[in-house]
Design a protein around this ligand. Structure first.
Ligand code: ATP
Length: 458
């Protein structure tokens, strides 16, 4: 190791050099070199069996390397006894089952064991660390319950509380969101991010690439027993890297709301479709999308990746769907925000709809702004109508909107967002839509609609 005394930068908290781990004849990690700076949240990503858990286990000392070194805070981890290693590294494992019938407070108090000797009593510092950990993980409510009575997600938060009570510079998490509901996924990762902002360093194996991209400062991509890349989420999550590491056909874009890099895995049919479009068609089929407010972005990515010639609009300038369309260099008709669709834009939309083989109407709000687009869509031969939520739950619903929506719905293929590509494929291939296809969606309620603030004259 190069101990350059003139180096004024902070030493990395973690330094891994030439690490190799094998199980019997099988080498699982080989030639792993990495450094992790203090105060960084690193996401460990990679396909199943890539060695993420194994790498975490070498970092906390439970897996001995066959070759190479693993240092945390300047200490050589494999050389430390387990108590000394546990003062440096706390772990939230994938399997949070607790072998015995402990109550929650006892489990969290175990986090203090590395700091206590057989003779030292329970100190105020121990008590404060436990209370802080219970508070941060929202687990005080369970303190007197046996861990065996908790749900998987609740138990995971208790084990995170134990790791926080350990008060280590390095926190490792193996799939910390795997058994959590969406609210607790976000809360857990926000908590880790906050802890990192306060100086802790965290390394988490995370399967959900979009959560990893949103919360982590850096990603470390592990595949085939080696580190393929380490860096910012934008630099790591490229379509080529995902293809090589995961053998996955994916579109990488920017999330319309959060701005984070966003991965959409495409079904194989999308790739096949794109290939078919390239080889067998004189021109790609045209699809016009009516969207707005971020409702269309996903469809734009998927349809574009499938090889369709996609147009969209009319959309407000600055709308997240407009941004998505521009990032894909699609043909987008825009209007000034709040100006409404003027006759010129309306004619432009009608021309695109006329030229389209299929029109997709996203799960949009239905009011003054979008009504001209929806009216224009009623003239299309093939309409795919996305209904992720009932018509009545949209904003600005009123009598004029009800009338237009009903006439659209009567003739459309009504689908959820996830089925748009196959519905468009059926539409352009000419398979007929049956009443049975749409029956699952139910018919439009005829209860009086609530006029919205921007309801136009009908
Ligand atoms: N104790 C062991 N004995 C033998 N092989 C093992 C052992 N532990 C892990 N492996 C193997 O090492 C490889 C890496 O496993 P590891 O659990 O580290 O992968 P991972 O990236 O965490 O996978 P996943 O995403 O599925 O959780 C796998 O092929 C696994 O079967």
């Amino acid at each position: 190791m190069n101990d350059d005394a003139s180096n004024t930068r902070d030493d990395p908290l973690v330094r891994i050099d030439g690490l190799r781990v094998a199980f019997g004849e099988t080498t699982v990690l080989d030639g792993i070199n990495a450094t992790i700076e203090p105060g960084t949240f690193v996401g460990l990503v990679g396909p199943n069996g890539a060695g993420k858990t194994t790498l975490l286990r070498t970092l906390n000392g439970t897996q001995a390397p066959e070759a190479g070194t693993v240092d945390v805070a300047g200490e050589r981890i494999p050389a430390l006894d387990s108590k000394a290693a546990s003062r440096l590294v706390a772990t939230v494992p994938q399997d949070t089952a607790v072998a015995f019938e402990f109550d929650v407070r006892q489990v969290v108090e175990m986090g203090r064991n590395p700091h206590r000797s057989r003779f030292s009593g329970w100190s105020d510092a121990d008590e404060a660390a436990v209370e802080r950990a219970l508070d941060r993980t929202d687990t005080e409510q369970f303190v007197d319950r046996s861990v065996s009575t908790l749900s998987g997600g609740e138990r995971q938060r208790v084990v995170l509380a134990r790791a926080l009570a350990q008060e280590t510079p390095l926190l490792l998490l193996d799939e910390p969101t795997a058994s959590l509901d969406i609210n607790h996924q976000v809360r857990t990762l926000e908590l880790v991010r906050d802890l990192v902002r306060q100086g802790k360093t965290a390394v988490a194996a995370i399967h959900d690439l979009n959560l990893a991209a949103h919360y982590c400062d850096e990603l470390l991509l592990l595949a085939g027993g080696e580190i393929r890349a380490q860096g910012s989420p934008e630099s790591i999550l490229t379509e080529t890297a995902l293809q090589e590491a995961f053998d996955a056909n994916a579109v990488v874009s920017q999330h319309p709301v959060t701005g984070s890099v966003y991965v959409t895995a495409l079904p194989d049919e999308t790739a096949e479709r794109a290939q078919g479009q390239e080889t067998s068609r004189s021109r790609p089929e045209r699809v016009h999308v009516v969207g707005g407010g971020g409702t269309a972005a996903r469809h734009l990515y998927v349809l574009d990746a499938a090889g369709y010639d996609v147009s969209v609009g009319a959309l407000n300038e600055g709308d997240t769907d407009t941004e998505a369309a521009r990032s894909l260099a699609l043909d987008v008709e825009t209007v000034e925000p709040f100006a409404g669709v003027d006759p010129e834009s309306c004619a432009a939309v009608e021309r695109r709809i006329d030229a389209a083989d299929c029109v997709v109407v996203a799960d949009v709000e239905i009011g003054t702004g979008n009504l001209p687009n929806l009216r224009a869509a009623t003239a299309a031969d093939e309409v795919v109508l996305v209904e992720d939520r009932p018509f009545e739950e949209r904003n600005y619903v009123g009598p004029a909107a009800t009338e237009v929506y009903e006439s659209l719905r009567e003739r459309a293929r009504v689908v959820e967002s996830s089925d748009v590509l196959s519905a468009v494929t059926d539409a352009v291939d000419g398979s007929s839509v049956t009443d049975a296809d749409n029956a699952a969606g139910g018919s439009l309620s005829r209860r009086p609609a609530q006029p919205g603030p921007e309801e136009p004259d009908s």
